[in-house]
Design a protein around this ligand. Structure first.
Ligand SMILES: [Zn+2]
Length: 362
């Protein structure tokens, strides 16, 4: 539910798959010798690290699988390790065919074990409801909204809402955050895709991520709690994906967290979050974006199931509850550490307190 909203996320995954498909030919032509075998012997440290990585990826399964099942994973991980290391040494983001194949095989084992020991969560079951734009507004420098020159063509459904409804939506949203919080937003779009689908999203209004757009569906805005959570979630995408935090580029790297077309800057919130919480199992997550079983294997790591869909969704969900929860979490579960993560940033603590004042929570 941000610029990579659920269905856009799928498009991203497809793009990734296509990309790795392209790489497949090239890599195969390169004729790597390690297919089915070990590219080289691992050092003792590497073997220990590979074992640790398998444990991280097994998550809640780690104490349940048999020794044989564990060893099957470890064998694949040990084959994978040198390929991965070689790629990282070159600061390369795209995996070779061989590496991807091994990641997928490992994921297959984790999926099989999850079904065996925890149960089958199935898939997310993303839908693709038709979306209609109802109105487009420019946001002026003083924070008012005026009808943009570009408007959707006349269609059915627009008459359900009045200009006052649109204004009220904007007022509700802006009232939730301190006044200057919206200064990088230049467009407010009202759309609908029916009830109980996408409530809101944000996306860049330019190529660099300096200016932003927020879009809201009035059909879903009636549930106050859900509305607040969603607006905070979307706003945190802006906080973590703006031009000061990330770079939109086709030059992918491996040293910080990347998504297709996006590279995190060093020291950015999202990269810090990724380095602390996600390096162990991102590859496994990406191997099958549609499975719900990844969440089941790592249930204690995520504040909501949706947070398990990617590091950027995870940081957005964690930020939302960092703001809404009364005080820092005292437990040591990973999901609690994720909420507390933001307390290390004084500007986040101050933003939290301002938002809580706006929401009447303090
Ligand atoms: Zn989101």
């Amino acid at each position: 539910m941000h610029k990579f909203r659920r269905f856009t996320l799928i498009a991203l995954v497809l793009a990734l798959l296509l990309l790795s498909g392209c790489g497949r030919e090239t890599a195969a032509a390169g004729g790597f010798a390690g297919v089915g075998g070990r590219a080289r012997e691992l050092t003792e440290e590497e073997t220990a690290a590979a074992r640790e990585r398998v444990e991280a990826q097994l998550g809640l399964l780690a104490g349940q699988v048999t020794e044989e099942e564990f060893d099957a994973c470890l064998d694949l991980m040990e084959q994978l390790w040198p390929l991965r290391q070689e790629r990282l040494d070159k600061d390369k983001w795209e995996k070779s065919t061989q590496e991807q194949r091994l990641v997928d095989k490992l994921n297959g084992l984790y999926e099989e074990y999850t079904v065996r020991y925890i149960g089958d969560g199935g898939t997310w079951g993303y839908g693709y409801p038709e979306e209609r734009t109802l109105a487009v507004f420019d946001i002026t420098s003083s924070g008012a909204i005026v009808r943009s020159q570009t408007q959707p063509s006349q269609d059915s459904g627009r008459e359900e809402y009045t200009e006052a409804d649109f204004q009220l939506l904007w007022d509700q949203m802006t009232a939730m955050l301190p006044e200057d919080a919206w200064e990088d937003f230049v467009r407010f779009t009202v759309f609908t895709d029916g009830e109980n689908e996408t409530l809101a999203y944000v996306r860049q209004a330019d190529n660099t991520g300096e200016k932003w757009e927020i879009a809201v569906d009035p059909a879903d805005a009636g549930d106050g709690q859900m509305f607040v959570e969603t607006v905070l979630h979307e706003y945190s995408h802006y906080l973590t994906l703006n031009d000061g935090q990330v770079k939109y580029t086709t030059r992918q790297t491996a040293s910080t967290y990347n998504e297709l077309g996006m590279v995190c800057r060093e020291g950015s919130y999202l990269d810090d979050f990724y380095q602390r919480f996600w390096t162990g199992y991102l590859d496994d997550r990406l191997s099958d974006m549609d499975t719900y079983n990844f969440f089941l294997r790592h249930e204690d790591d995520f504040v909501t199931d949706y947070a398990s869909s990617s590091p950027s969704e995870d940081i957005a969900e964690s930020f939302t509850y960092f703001v809404l929860q009364d005080k820092p979490r005292e437990g040591d579960a990973v999901w609690e550490q994720k909420l507390n993560f933001f307390f290390a940033y004084p500007e986040m603590v101050s933003l939290r307190s301002d938002i809580r004042t706006c929401l009447g929570l303090s």
